[in-house]
Design a protein around this ligand. Structure first.
Ligand SMILES: [Zn+2]
Length: 205
């Protein structure tokens, strides 16, 4: 099945084929069209591309967020490095109302190095609970079958009891192999919390 991704415009929740998104700078057809009509001068170049050569230190917080979202999208690790090397107060706002920085990085298959970097910059593995459309990083990891990322999130404190995404996923239309890996993950979490005593009984409520 072809992979779909969310349109990268704020407040647009359409999902599009990954290939179309690539051709349209990460936007769905409607937002891409809208952008062309509203800003004809920028039609050939996305805001991300326009600012790509501007040093991070000269960008506003909003521009930094757009650059980071674009860099995560296109896997531009050098730019991610640069953006996260200076003041990272701009991370206090999420990439969009429905997303979190860690969630976006996991959804775009970012390397663990990038995830660690975001964590060090203060991105909380449990945030993303403001509204029903707001997805927590652990939910993204489970949704995308990224067991490695789920395991990575648990270590710095992502709470598997918040919304119980792992338990829900095991009984929800996942391939047998993924279900098995999710079960192993639950066991691993149980062993971990058993070792630290706290929270042990909460896992299987
Ligand atoms: Zn859109």
């Amino acid at each position: 099945m072809a992979k779909t991704v969310k349109c990268r415009r704020l407040f647009c929740f359409r999902f599009i084929l990954e290939q179309s998104a690539m051709d349209q700078g990460g936007f769905c057809a409607k937002c891409y069209q809208q952008q062309k009509t509203i800003a004809p001068l920028q039609a050939t170049e996305s805001p991300y591309k326009t600012l790509l050569r501007t040093p991070a230190s000269q960008l506003t917080d909003r521009q930094k967020r757009d650059q980071l979202a674009g860099s995560i999208w296109f896997g531009n690790e050098n730019r991610i490095d640069e953006l996260l090397s200076g003041n990272t107060d701009f991370l206090n706002k999420a990439p969009s109302s429905a997303e979190t920085w860690l969630g976006v990085a996991i959804a775009r298959n970012c390397h663990e190095k990038v995830l660690n970097r975001l964590l060090q910059c203060g991105c909380d593995p449990n945030t993303g609970t403001k509204s029903p459309v707001n997805t927590r990083p652990l939910e993204v990891a489970v949704r995308d079958d990224r067991i490695d990322a789920a395991e990575w999130l648990i270590k710095p404190g992502a709470d598997p009891n918040l919304g119980r995404p792992i338990i829900s996923a095991i009984s929800f239309r996942k391939p047998a192999e993924v279900q098995l890996n999710l079960l192993k993950l639950v066991l691993w979490i149980a062993l971990r919390s058993n070792a630290s005593v706290a929270n042990h009984s909460k896992l299987f409520d």
